[in-house]
Design a protein around this ligand. Structure first.
Ligand SMILES: [Zn+2]
Ligand SMILES: [Zn+2]
Length: 416
């Protein structure tokens, strides 16, 4: 069985203090590869000797293959939907999967895959020029079409979940359509009161969209381009947001919380940002403008968590891997519930719900503080309130309860 080399060997000094971008420019030197002795451009990763382009590509592709292969969660000839968002991570994932699928018979990854480009224009609408946007869309289309014989589709965060995705060749029809219709999604999103809930809402929306598009395209598995820093951020954010019981799913290769049985997989979860950027250079792929600096508002808990991890990572290079390894040790109590026990599942995100004393106390004190008139018997009226919400099939996890509090119930019904 393949294994991934641990990152815990001695550090080489200076390179650990650099950002991924600085490391890329620092590592663009020529010399002798320590592995195969070839003379040429060198690729230098933290904790590894400088190596040539071929040895580097072999190393990162091996990481991808070992993640996909080690859990045995992906059956032979699986139908996969690759979620593409224009990020460098998604470009690398597409390139790696295409390579793995077109290897010679012995090494070949036996699967069929389609690409779904999720265009998140609505999120950027207010800050992005329409011509820049069209130019960006054209770039994405050209890039995807440069991979021959792969079916590519496009959909949008604001799309009706029952609307089939557009073929990438019909990009003009798609563009006309989203330009014509009055797009209310951005306004709706802005009506969510806190940026933390806004981010969680978009995350859930994206997941649901992936689930329904995968069903349309008859794929049982969805590959998402999440790398190690995003896993670490999701993990700590989940704990901060009161989803501690479900963090095991946030770090795992496979996440089966989607309602219609589609399984989300993270095949490049062990890649770092530097590895992604070096891979792009090694394969001579140029960047798209992803505009990801506006994905999160700076005040959101997710953004603060991310910058906390990034700052720590600058001085302590094992930060991300330590967080992830700790996360791997956290298991949920889900096994005590039956698989189909909807009683204990959140009706929005499908995560399991546990009876946490702390969360019950938070709920109770919120209930009390929201009452304007005085209530003689608080405990009885609170029990009644719980019974009503329970009957309405409103089992909500703590995080989704916060989303509902910060937004309109119709918004949740319309999009989630
Ligand atoms: Zn080499
Ligand atoms: Zn939930």
């Amino acid at each position: 069985m393949c294994s991934i080399e641990e990152d815990d060997v001695l550090d080489d000094g200076m390179s650990s203090l650099m950002t991924p971008q600085e490391q890329i420019s620092h590592s663009s030197q020529k010399g002798i590869c320590h592995k195969c002795g070839q003379d040429g451009e060198l690729y230098k990763l933290n904790f590894r000797e400088a190596e040539c382009r071929c040895c580097f590509l072999l190393f990162v592709n091996h990481k991808f293959r070992s993640t996909v292969g080690s859990s045995k969660a992906l059956p032979r000839n699986a139908e996969i939907l690759l979620v593409f968002d224009g990020s460098s991570e998604s470009i690398v994932l597409l390139d790696m999967l295409q390579k793995a699928q077109s290897e010679s018979n012995f090494k070949r990854l036996h699967c069929d895959f389609k690409v779904l480009f999720i265009d998140d224009y609505e999120v950027y609408k207010s800050i992005c020029d329409i011509n820049d946007y069209k130019c960006y869309i054209q770039q994405v289309k050209d890039f995807l079409l440069s991979y021959h014989n792969i079916k590519c589709y496009v959909t949008n965060l604001s799309s009706d979940i029952n609307q089939e995705p557009f073929d990438i060749n019909d990009m003009d029809i798609y563009l006309n359509r989203i330009m014509e219709i009055e797009i209310v999604f951005a306004n709706d999103i802005n009506n969510i009161q806190t940026s933390t809930s806004r981010n969680e809402f978009i995350k859930l929306r994206r997941k649901n969209l992936v689930a329904s598009m995968a069903t349309f395209l008859r794929c049982k598995y969805a590959f998402i381009p999440t790398i190690n820093i995003s896993i670490a951020t999701d993990l700590l954010s989940a704990i901060v947001l009161g989803q501690g019981n479900n963090v095991a799913y946030d770090v795992a290769f496979k996440d089966d919380r989607l309602v219609n049985g589609i399984k989300i997989m993270r095949p490049i979860k062990d890649l770092s940002e530097t590895e992604v950027l070096l891979y792009m250079r090694a394969r001579n792929i140029k960047f798209f403008d992803r505009r990801d600096h506006v994905t999160y508002a700076s005040s959101s808990l997710q953004r603060i968590t991310e910058s906390f991890i990034r700052n720590l990572q600058k001085n302590y290079t094992s930060t991300v891997s330590t967080i992830i390894r700790t996360g791997n040790k956290i298991t949920s109590n889900n096994h005590i519930f039956k698989e189909d026990d909807s009683e204990y599942k959140c009706c929005i995100c499908n995560s399991s719900i546990i009876n946490s004393k702390t969360l019950s106390a938070v709920r109770y004190s919120r209930y009390v503080s929201e009452r304007t008139s005085s209530i003689s018997d608080l405990d009885t009226s609170y029990t009644k309130f719980l019974n009503i919400t329970h009957k309405k099939n409103e089992n909500l996890c703590h995080s989704c309860e916060n989303i509902r509090r910060d937004s309109d119930i119709n918004l949740i019904k319309r999009y989630l």
